[in-house]
Write a protein of this length. Structure first.
Length: 384
């Protein structure tokens, strides 16, 4: 019986049918797996899309808030600035430290004027920033002790950084003596304050005071000269250069009558400098070497009162002399109508020539319209 059953089973076996059935089942399984995979991919894509969409929505929302905040802040700034402009007055534009004086169209050449002994001269109209008269006004000259006007400028503008006093040593004083430099008269071991040194610089034209101030301000004459030249550049000077604070001869220390006049104009803008340049006599403070101080006298005001020209008062000035420069002078004057002038001379062959030239020019070359000749100028004082 068993054998018969096996034989029937064998007889009914269809290999092709079985193969087809297996293939059909395999295809059905493959389709089922592909369907499942597609569903998973669709789900993953949907989730990814939702995540990206959420991120975009968040960023857009934050960006919008930021933009609105910036707009609000910008609007607030505009409002604040507008209110500030309304509440705060507009600042006036800053003026340059010095307006470079140009040659006047009606410049008066004084070369043929026999009354002026100095071969070089320039008359500066301060109010109008014009050189209105002169002799070779833009020619290179050696400034001699007119240099000390620039020394005073640099010292006054660096005074807060300087020591309060200076003690003189033998080496400097001995060298200046050998160079036959003019001195204020300070002695070895003498300790002098800045104020006395400034008056010692200008009134007797003290090279001792000049070098002491230079060392106090910059450490040496050479470093101080750098400050002087930096100031020249700041003022817009084109033909002026310094190598020392004293005015002793150096081929590379030069200026022109016009630019020296501009330096004097700038110096007189400061109250302290104007006071020093306009003082006739000053006594230094007592020291062990000079218990009664030193009586200093202006080399300019010892030759003039300052009111010799009617309607004009000389408010300050500085003389100079070295062999290479001749006698020279730069002075600042005001008229009784409020006009200001600076006159500079150079190259004179004798000591009094610059003073006589100054009086002549202030009397005769300054326009009569700038002065009130009926006002008593003898009541003016050069030390006002």
């Amino acid at each position: 019986m068993r054998e018969e059953l096996l034989k029937m089973k064998y007889d009914n076996y269809d290999e092709d049918a079985i193969r087809r059935s297996r293939k059909r089942k395999s295809q059905l399984m493959k389709k089922k797996r592909q369907k499942i995979l597609r569903r998973r991919l669709i789900m993953m894509a949907a989730v990814t899309f939702l995540i990206v969409l959420a991120v975009v929505i968040v960023n857009v929302t934050l960006g919008l808030k930021k933009t609105l905040g910036q707009k609000a802040a910008f609007a607030s700034d505009i409002t604040d600035e507008t209110q500030s402009e309304i509440l705060m007055p507009t600042e006036a534009p800053t003026e340059p430290p010095l307006i470079y004086a140009q040659m006047a169209e009606d410049y008066q050449d004084l070369s043929a004027d026999a009354q002026i002994a100095s071969p070089y001269a320039a008359l500066l109209d301060v109010n109008n920033h014009r050189i209105i008269a002169g002799k070779l006004a833009d020619t290179k000259i050696y400034p001699a002790s007119m240099t000390k006007v620039m020394t005073l400028i640099v010292v006054s503008e660096n005074i807060d950084k300087m020591p309060k006093t200076y003690t003189f040593g033998f080496e400097m004083l001995n060298r200046l003596y050998r160079e036959e430099a003019s001195v204020a008269g300070f002695l070895e071991g003498e300790t002098v304050d800045v104020e006395d040194l400034m008056y010692g610089l200008v009134l007797p034209s003290g090279a001792d005071a000049a070098e002491a101030l230079a060392i106090m301000a910059a450490g040496s004459n050479e470093e101080f000269a750098k400050l002087m030249n930096e100031k020249c550049k700041e003022l817009g000077l084109k033909y002026t250069h310094f190598t020392n604070p004293t005015g002793l001869y150096d081929e590379e220390q030069y200026t022109t009558p016009s630019e020296m006049a501009m330096i004097m104009e700038y110096a007189m803008k400061d109250e302290t400098r104007a006071k020093v340049l306009g003082t006739y006599q000053y006594k230094t403070k007592a020291t062990a070497q000079h218990p009664e101080g030193i009586q200093l006298t202006s080399t300019m005001y010892s030759r003039i009162y300052g009111n010799e020209a009617p309607g004009v008062l000389v408010k300050g000035g500085k003389t100079g002399f070295i062999n290479e420069a001749g006698s020279c002078l730069v002075s600042y004057a005001v008229t009784n109508k409020g006009n200001a002038y600076v006159f500079c001379t150079g190259g004179a062959t004798y000591r009094w020539a610059p003073v006589y030239d100054e009086i002549y020019v202030y009397k005769n070359i300054i326009p009569a319209s700038a002065k009130d000749l009926e006002t008593e100028t003898t009541k003016m004082s050069p030390n006002n």
